[in-house]
Design a protein around this ligand. Structure first.
Ligand SMILES: [Zn+2]
Ligand SMILES: [Zn+2]
Ligand SMILES: [Zn+2]
Length: 371
């Protein structure tokens, strides 16, 4: 395909006339953010009228739901009640922090169902609702498994994770997400930012010989990032070429003064070495990316339904299933910290890098997913 056109907004070479997909997404998002209160009310009404449409991703109800939730945080208890009444249990995010009567409704369907798929959906819905009763229900099902459990791959405590939390054997809640979210936005040249994506390093990767990169550097002392509870710098270091081909996530320890110690890693399938596909211009575009931390926080699901937004905190857009890593030092679940969409820093690449942290051990993990 010949690239004879250019995106009128960002200048990327394209094989067709019009905006590139990222500028198109950005335009759609800005349109949604400009909706008037009347327009939002209208969208809510339509969603409630066609709540069954939520189960079909090609229906307008589905995209409208995600716009209302992720960009505007505008899902109301009335919508949640309508979903429950229509027995719509997907996507589970519709029930995020739903009121108690809705929770009780979800709980009674879950406790009565004999269908494994329905049970899986309902556990996810309760995970999103997320209060102590929801926890007790999932805990009870973990301790006394129902017959449908045999047809599912994982336990209720893993389903709980999709709501950003889980529980231990004693039933104590463990938080897996931060309750604040900031996007990274395109900044002006030399703009100060407490978050830097993609800083080149001098050392090289033992698997491919390419450059190691501090893929994510964050200064927890910035006022906006106080919610992380980190009194200094967090650095996540990996080989961008190999991170998707490792046997498990990449890990490193960090010190609050900016130090980093990379843990040894193995390639998937015990491969001996890896070819380096990164060209000098790829490293360059990665290091020169324009992203800075946004001035203001956004709804928690802001980055959960689009493939062009890098976020810190909140919920990730898991390409495959959600996957919380276990800290290799203390064995406790790590907390989801940030997502980086590869294509936003290296044109034409695919997938997402998910960064998690154990603040106790000062260890980060990085894992790659793609469709
Ligand atoms: Zn563009
Ligand atoms: Zn490498
Ligand atoms: Zn730990």
């Amino acid at each position: 395909m010949s690239l004879k056109y250019r995106c009128p907004s960002c200048g990327t070479s394209l094989g067709y006339e019009g905006l590139c997909w990222k500028c198109q997404m950005e335009k759609e998002r800005q349109d949604v953010l400009a909706w008037s209160p009347e327009q939002i009310a209208q969208k809510r009404e339509k969603l409630m009228e066609n709540i069954k449409g939520l189960e079909d991703y090609q229906e307008p109800a589905f995209t409208d739901f995600w716009k209302l939730l992720s960009y505007l945080d505008a899902i109301t208890p009335e919508i949640q009640k309508a979903a429950l009444e229509a027995k719509v249990f997907y996507p589970c995010e519709i029930y995020y922090h739903a009121p108690e009567d809705v929770r009780d409704g979800l709980k009674s369907v879950l406790l009565e169902t004999k269908d494994a798929n329905e049970a899986a959906n309902l556990m996810s819905c309760l995970a999103m609702q997320g209060d102590d009763q929801a926890l007790q229900t999932l805990l009870e099902l973990e301790r006394n498994p129902r017959p449908w459990r045999k047809r599912l791959y994982v336990d209720p405590s893993i389903y709980a994770q999709c709501g950003g939390w889980t529980f231990d054997k004693e039933g104590h809640r463990i938080h897996l997400n931060f309750d604040t979210c900031y996007p990274m936005v395109k900044g002006t040249a030399n703009e100060e930012t407490p978050v830097k994506i993609g800083r080149l390093r001098e050392d090289t990767c033992p698997h491919c010989g390419g450059k190691m990169v501090d893929i994510f550097v964050l200064d927890g002392k910035d006022e906006r990032l106080k919610f992380l509870g980190l009194d200094g710098v967090l650095t996540a270091t990996c080989c961008p070429n190999c991170v998707g081909f490792l046997d498990g996530p990449a890990y490193n320890r960090f010190t609050l003064d900016g130090g980093t110690e990379v843990f040894p890693s193995k390639l998937y399938d015990d491969e001996e070495e890896m070819e380096c596909y990164m060209r000098p211009e790829d490293y360059k575009s990665m290091a020169e990316n324009p992203f800075v931390l946004a001035k203001n926080p956004v709804p928690l699901f802001y980055g959960a339904f689009c493939e062009d937004v890098n976020t810190v905190g909140g919920f990730a857009n898991w390409v495959q299933d959600w996957e919380y890593t276990t800290c290799p030092v203390c064995g406790k679940p790590m907390k989801y910290l940030a997502q980086i969409q590869w294509d936003t820093i290296m044109e034409g690449t695919e997938g997402t890098l998910y960064i998690e942290v154990c603040t106790d051990c000062k260890v980060v993990s990085m894992q790659h997913q793609q469709t």
